[in-house]
Design a protein around this ligand. Structure first.
Ligand code: ADP
Ligand code: MG
Length: 653
């Protein structure tokens, strides 16, 4: 099958492509290096899956999020397509197995986490693989200027050197213009000089490969952005949820708060649940499913929630705490209103949020001394002798570590990140190693067994039905998926699997949900540790700028919010949305943005020296219509920028 529409129908049952998908697929099929910017849920996976299926050979997919990678592999396998994944935390034997099978079978997709690309093992098998496309998911991770730089992404270029004629497809939900440029450079896009400057969908040409950039418009006309300064966030949340019916996501900054807010909502009889990465996988799946199926109305969560989720009818996304950058904000807020109907993206903040944003840069970028301390402590904690450890994965209980060494958790987390970005180690808090099953009984033995143990028959049949290759190797399984097939709850499923294990029918390894620390280089003496400080400081300054942009978005009272977001990502083509809080405000006072700002400025400078009676203030604002001045005064009061006492004196707050 080589026709892309036929492939779409056959494997996905979809009748048409989403915006840009077809253009991207065609560009890739023509052999062009291609960068695609599409919001989360926009359908990026199809952009590499369809061309890979249309061509001979397999697609190498680089992806940083192990949990998502495993979902993808499971989904693809359900369509009867062979796919494998390689990530840190897997044992050497498992990796060899996956590599061997993918090189020698009709494997169509090999998912690899970036730190695995460089390993000798991977390099050994790479030449034997018939790769037709390199897909790089979350491609912004390759850029130092990006908000989620992962140095292991830089290794992709070396793969590219080995496969010079294979096109590359980079995918990301959002990247500023500098990051877009960086992605093309770092991935060594061919014929970069031909990159067009501004780039909405460009029809591909059939000549020599030329890099293409496809960017979906940042315009979301049905999404109403607003930001409120509030004293009580919970009251405002309740007010919003009472006014706007329908499914909702509430993002919070900490795990503890997700639970607190969810409980407060339940007290108000608002159906809600909380979600964060600290919960076990089964619980997370259950909470997510209940919300997707509208059994729970509101999900209160950290930013661990939402990736890979495509719920069209979310009516409100509320940020109970200010997010740390516009990239995250745009992605998270953008989960509202996918169905094209009116939806609200509301950001709540208080003075504290603004102060935290101001202080964030120092917290995220600890000093070299701090980094060295953490390196030393980690080496001690995991008992890694100097000169060893490279390529090893360790279970790393970070909470226990912090407690034992009496360290500040932020310092630890961000020192680990600094070490990761300098290529010393990789820490992954969310690594979840799924349960695996392999049948070790032969087919004849199995038949006999099923006759005697009819109570386990359904468990055996379900395993065989759901997982191919389960006789030949250990395959990752999900107890939760089996609950559906076996019509049993998770505990019963686990119990039956354990029984089969005890009878020697299967080898069952229950899941591990432990964070992993992966050493990329041998441990060295702490005094020999180096960090590229000029790169580190550049990243730090960039981070500071990102925070500033976030603060500006929050504080801005006149600029259109849709325009602000779009131009942050390099799209200056939007008109004012007319529906965000700032647009509505200007419309209601019938002031232009310039007038509003001018009056605002005059009021503040007039009362800055000291309190002034309203009458005097209005007198001094000569040339300005009274009603307009009043509108702005009222507005500044509501925003707690100025205050008025009972005698009518106004002063700066
Ligand atoms: P992204 O990676 O951009 O966040 P995904 O590739 O995970 O998005 O796709 C999100 C959802 O959209 C998936 O459930 C997918 O099946 C669905 N989808 C993708 N393309 C289409 C299409 N052409 N028609 C209908 N649904 C689609
Ligand atoms: Mg994706």
């Amino acid at each position: 099958m080589t026709d892309i529409h036929q492939i779409l129908r056959h494997y996905w049952g979809f009748n048409s492509f989403r915006p840009l998908q077809k253009e991207v697929i065609e560009s890739v099929m023509q052999g062009n290096d291609t960068l695609t910017l599409m919001p989360t849920g926009g359908g990026k996976s199809l952009c590499y899956q369809v061309p890979a299926l249309a061509k001979e050979g397999m697609c190498l997919v680089v992806s940083p999020l192990i949990a998502l990678m495993k979902d993808q592999v499971e989904n693809i396998r359900k369509k009867g397509i062979t796919a494998f994944a390689i990530f840190s935390g897997m044992k050497r034997k498992e990796i060899v197995n996956a590599l061997k099978v993918s090189a020698n079978s009709n494997c169509k997709f090999l998912y690899v986490s970036p730190e695995r690309l460089e390993t000798a093992l991977f390099r050994e098998y790479l030449p034997g693989m018939d790769i037709n496309l390199i897909a790089v998911d979350e491609a912004h991770c390759i850029s130092q200027w990006g908000y989620d730089f992962r140095p292991s992404y830089l290794k992709i270029a070396t793969i590219r050197e080995e496969l010079p004629d294979i096109p590359i497809l980079a995918l990301t939900a959002s990247a500023t213009p500098e990051v877009q440029k960086d992605i093309c450079e770092k991935l060594q896009f061919r014929n970069v000089s031909k990159i067009p400057a501004a780039t909405p969908a460009i029809p591909g040409r059939k000549d020599s490969p030329s890099p293409k950039i496809f960017r979906q418009s940042f315009e979301r006309p049905n999404l109403l952005y607003s930001a409120f300064r509030v004293d009580s966030k919970i009251n405002k949340i309740i007010e919003i949820l009472t006014k706007v019916a329908g499914s909702s996501i509430i993002y919070c900054k900490s795990r503890r708060r997700t639970r607190e807010i969810s409980e407060l909502l339940q007290l108000q009889n608002i159906s809600s649940d909380f979600y964060h990465a600290g919960l076990i996988q089964d619980e997370r799946n259950r909470k997510q499913e209940d919300w997707i199926n509208n059994k729970t109305r509101v999900i209160v969560c950290t930013n661990a929630f939402g990736m890979g989720i495509d719920k069209p009818d979310v009516r409100t996304v509320i940020h109970a705490d200010a997010p740390d950058c516009l990239e995250n904000y745009y992605q998270e807020a953008g989960r509202a209103g996918r169905d094209g109907r009116k939806a609200f993206a509301v950001l709540l903040y208080d003075e504290n949020d603004l102060q935290e944003l101001e202080a964030l840069t120092e917290q995220r970028y600890p000093s070299f001394e701090d980094i060295k301390n953490v390196y030393q402590a980690v080496s001690n904690y995991l008992q890694i002798p100097a000169g060893s450890g490279e390529g090893e994965s360790y279970n790393f209980d970070i909470a226990d570590f912090i407690k034992k060494f009496k360290l500040n958790s932020h310092t630890v987390l961000y020192s680990l990140k600094a070490l990761e970005q300098d290529g010393w180690l990789a820490f992954n808090e969310q690594v979840f190693i799924p349960s695996t099953v392999q049948f070790i009984a032969g087919k004849a033995e199995l038949n006999e067994f099923e006759k005697i143990h009819s109570e386990l028959d359904i468990a055996i049949k379900s395993l065989l039905r759901a997982y191919e290759g389960i006789f030949d190797q250990e395959v990752p399984i999900s107890e939760w998926v089996l609950t559906g097939l076996m019509k049993k709850n998770t505990e019963e499923v686990k119990e039956q699997l354990k029984q089969l294990h005890r009878y020697g029918i299967i080898l069952y390894r229950p899941q591990k949900d432990s964070p992993q620390l992966f050493l990329l280089r041998n441990r060295i003496k702490t005094e020999d540790l180096t960090i590229n400080m000029s790169a580190y400081n550049l990243r730090k300054e960039n981070f500071r700028l990102r925070c500033k942009e976030m603060i500006r978005y929050i504080n801005e009272k006149a600029d259109c919010r849709s325009q602000m977001i779009a131009s942050y990502f390099g799209d200056h083509s939007l008109n004012r949305c007319g529906v965000c809080d700032n647009c509505l405000r200007l419309r209601s006072v019938q002031l232009s943005k310039e007038e509003f700002e001018m009056i605002n400025h005059q009021i503040i400078s007039t009362i800055s020296p000291g309190p002034l009676h309203t009458k005097d203030l209005l007198l001094r604002l000569n040339g300005i219509k009274k009603e307009k001045a009043w509108k702005v005064i009222e507005f500044l009061q509501a925003e707690s920028k100025i205050k008025m006492d009972k005698d009518g004196f106004v002063s700066v707050q």
